[in-house]
Design a protein around this ligand. Structure first.
Ligand SMILES: [Zn+2]
Length: 260
């Protein structure tokens, strides 16, 4: 059976470990550092077979060199030659198979230009899963470092169109900060208020708030709600938007969050 577990790294990164407990084979997504991965593999007696990379930032790639030094394993990632260690370069025309699971590749530029997300419709539990790096976060989205707001909005819309039952495995534990901002945008959103209480409790109990469900993101994440009147009115009350289009509102929400 396939399991997906977080390996905490740095201050607030999650390196996702996908493993098959029948074979003991494992893959890691975005290993920003090697040490915590080696410890987790040893503790669970797993053998690292594959590395998956969503984008070129160092906190997602910094561990590749050490992890591949004594292992001859494939490194799947975006078509970005800045990441020299990638052995299999993926785009939307690519497909990838891992432990018998089929993954679809989605190009999601915005946070960086090379950003990809990895989607699997069924890991054996009947539930779709998405590894989306720093594009869609629980309660928020990544900063726009290399793309532009139109690009980022298109990427988020691509993810928002996946089945609502999709589990969202993002790469950081940013949720409570994101939800505090979401609450400033939509203070009267009941689903959001329920989520804040539940996720605060999780953090108090030292439990990750990730993965979240896409359905929850659609109901509470302001970056996926830029056509909702509540979000539009709130942005306009801030004096933040130059126009009424979805991308105008999205741009204003992103700018508001950057300064929150
Ligand atoms: Zn990043």
């Amino acid at each position: 059976m396939i399991h997906i577990e977080p390996i905490p790294a740095f201050n607030d990164n999650y390196i996702w470990c996908i493993y098959d407990d029948d074979s003991g084979k494992a893959a890691v997504v975005d290993p920003g550092e090697a040490g915590p991965v080696e410890e987790a593999l040893l503790a669970q007696q797993l053998q690292l077979e594959t590395i998956l990379i969503t984008h070129h930032h160092f906190d997602h790639t910094g561990g590749i060199e050490a992890l591949t030094k004594h292992r001859d394993i494939p490194v799947y990632g975006p078509k970005n030659h800045q990441i020299a260690s990638i052995t299999h370069r993926l785009d939307e025309q690519s497909s990838m198979s891992l432990f018998g699971l089929d993954f679809t590749i989605l190009e999601v530029p915005g946070h960086t230009l090379d950003h990809i997300a990895l989607y699997c419709e069924d890991t054996g539990t009947g539930q779709p899963v998405l590894f989306c790096g720093d594009t869609l976060f629980a309660g928020g989205c990544g900063r726009i470092f290399e793309g532009n707001p139109t690009m980022m909005l298109n990427s988020l819309q691509k993810l928002a169109a996946l089945p609502p039952t999709t589990e969202i495995y993002c790469a950081h534990e940013y949720t409570l900060g994101n939800l505090a901002f979401a609450n400033a945008v939509e203070p009267n959103n009941t689903a959001l208020n329920t989520r804040i209480r539940a996720d605060k409790q999780r953090r108090e109990d030292d439990i990750p708030t990730v993965p979240s469900l896409l359905a929850t993101e659609l109901a509470t994440n302001p970056f996926l709600r830029c056509t909702e009147d509540t979000v539009i009115d709130s942005v306009k009350a801030q004096g933040g938007s130059n126009g009424d289009s979805e991308v105008d509102i999205f741009t204003a929400v992103r700018r508001w969050k950057d300064n929150f």
